[in-house]
Ligand binder design. Structure first.
Ligand code: NDP
Length: 475
């Protein structure tokens, strides 16, 4: 990759994690075998097999749900302050084991260690600390204090441990017990979390982890003893789950896809906006539901901004996720890489102009260079579909009203970004953008105290903050 000067390699030690050859399911406080055929989880940066992981059959899921049901009585009857002690303990253990968890997450997911170490793992701990704080104060939150029962939770591969924290921390704080299914390509950090639950002496059955593919997820969602379903993933699977849950009385929250507009006005601080654009779409290889995948730039500054952005992209380091200098890591799976390639090819065939910096990609593993498409029209597939990769579609606008119209012209509505020096314009825009989160002069900033969730096909319900409690209480 072209660089102003070369960096010496700065690899984090892989030896910080001791990965066993195989892993079972975590049910009722024990690691047990699964009835399904085990599957392999690989390091997407090298294609090396990391471990073999058990597949939970419908019977295994049933065992997990029964364990959670049995544990619910005792867990929900604990005073909030007692539940808080466990959550605080889990949060502290996560901090103590932060380096190990960061290395593990980078190995299994492909994300740069800089991100797993500085973003994912600290936010995971922060979520447990935050909801530990609510556990004994539920009566002040305004949603009552009655938990729902057993929560069935299905999460994706882009932020494996962070999505687990978003799901488990509020559920436990409110007195629910959980059965969680991590994604097939990234099961390891959830299994490490199971070990952390044991270390924290969490009562058996309060947290159960069932690994497997989509069928395991469907078994969790469809189990009649599950009272609440929480899902993060694709809109397509979200629809299947909404249909499965309809009419059952189960409470449901869905965090689905996005196609966020990152809107840069001519009065924005351009260098700052460039950093925000890079963070918006190249953070976590663009495997981010709220990624700023559509750049809307005011026509008058388009040329200047794009020149600056291209200069910046030429300095991004793509490669070994465990190297502390790496900015862009590996694509999570061969399937995801194929999807990114396919949509990028569609972008070209529909007439948009494709650009990537000169970039040497490793030979093994799943890689895609940071990519920009200019000359994108609203009708183009790459302006409408979620690519979920390091690919930015650039569109232009002339007036704030046009920016709003284009930003809202999407079936999704998860997030948006506004870059301008005018506070009044930020407020005017934020009011009109149909997006759950609107960032101003920043992007992809997360905080456990701040609610997160979407409009339209981005799903419903809120996670995080005070609002996140509502999903786990019988309001
Ligand atoms: P999915 O929505 O299929 O996966 C999310 C989770 O749901 C995984 O744990 C998955 O298991 C599980 N699952 C799959 N099918 C079912 C089912 N019928 N019932 C219950 N659970 C199920 O996402 P993919 O990994 O297939 O990614 C496909 C696309 O979705 C990506 O290319 C991306 O565009 C988008 N995506 C969006 C995310 C977001 O946060 N907005 C997150 C992830 C993906 P398993 O892993 O075994 O398939």
């Amino acid at each position: 990759m072209m660089a102003i000067f070369e960096y010496a390699p700065a690899p984090e030690s892989r030896d910080l994690v001791d990965i066993k050859a195989s892993y079972g399911l975590f049910i009722d406080g024990e690691f047990v075998d699964g009835a399904g055929a085990p599957f392999k989880t690989v390091n997407p940066a090298t294609e090396e097999t990391l471990a073999e992981v058990a597949t939970a059959s419908a019977d295994d899921v049933d065992r997990a749900v029964r364990a959670a049901r049995k544990a619910f009585g005792g867990w929900s009857a604990l005073p909030g302050a007692e539940r808080a002690k466990y959550l605080f303990r889990i949060a502290r253990i996560i901090q103590e084991r932060a380096r190990e968890l960061a290395v593990l997450e980078s190995l299994d997911n492909g994300k740069p260690i800089r991100e797993s170490r500085d973003v994912d793992v600290p936010l995971v701990a922060a979520h447990f600390f935050y909801y530990a704080g609510w556990a004994d104060k539920l009566e002040y939150a305004g949603f009552g204090t009655k938990p729902l029962g057993v929560a069935g939770q299905v999460i994706p591969w882009n932020f494996p441990l962070l999505m687990l924290a978003w799901k488990i921390a509020p559920a436990l704080a409110c007195g629910n017990t959980v059965v969680l299914k991590p994604a097939e390509t990234t099961p390891l950090s959830a299994l490490w979390f199971a070990d952390i639950c044991r270390q924290a002496e969490l009562p058996p059955g309060v947290v159960n982890i069932v690994t497997g593919a989509g069928e395991t997820g469907a078994a969790v969602v469809g189990h009649p003893e599950v009272d609440k379903v929480a899902f993060t993933g694709s809109t397509e699977v979200g629809r299947i789950i909404a249909r499965a849950v309809a009419g059952t009385g189960k409470k449901l929250t869905l965090e689905l896809g996005g196609k966020a507009a990152n809107i840069v006005f001519e009065d924005a601080a351009i260098d700052q906006a460039v950093e925000g654009i890079v963070n918006g779409i190249f953070f976590n290889q663009g495997h981010v539901c709220c990624a700023g995948s559509r750049l809307l730039v005011q026509e008058s500054v388009q040329e200047e901004l794009l020149a600056s952005l291209k200069r910046r992209l030429a300095t991004l380091r793509v490669g070994d996720p465990l190297d502390k200098n790496t900015d862009v890591g590996a694509i999570n799976s061969a399937e995801q890489l194929a999807k990114i390639r396919e949509l990028s090819a569609v972008g070209e065939s529909e007439g948009a102009e494709r650009w990537s910096p000169a970039c040497e990609l490793p030979e093994r593993g799943f890689w895609f260079p940071p990519t920009i498409f200019t000359g994108v029209a609203q009708s183009h597939t790459i302006a409408r579909d979620e690519i979920f990769g390091p690919v930015l579609s650039v569109l232009t606008f002339r007036t704030p009203a046009e920016a709003v119209e284009k930003a809202n012209n999407t079936p999704y509505g998860l997030s948006a970004g506004i870059w301008t020096e005018k506070g009044s314009r930020i407020l005017w825009m934020a009011d009109k953008l149909r997006a759950g989160v609107v960032w101003a002069n920043t992007f992809n900033k997360f905080d456990p105290a701040s609610p997160f969730g979407g409009y339209k096909e981005s799903g419903y319900g809120r996670e995080g903050g005070l609002h996140g409690l509502e999903a786990y209480l019988d309001v």
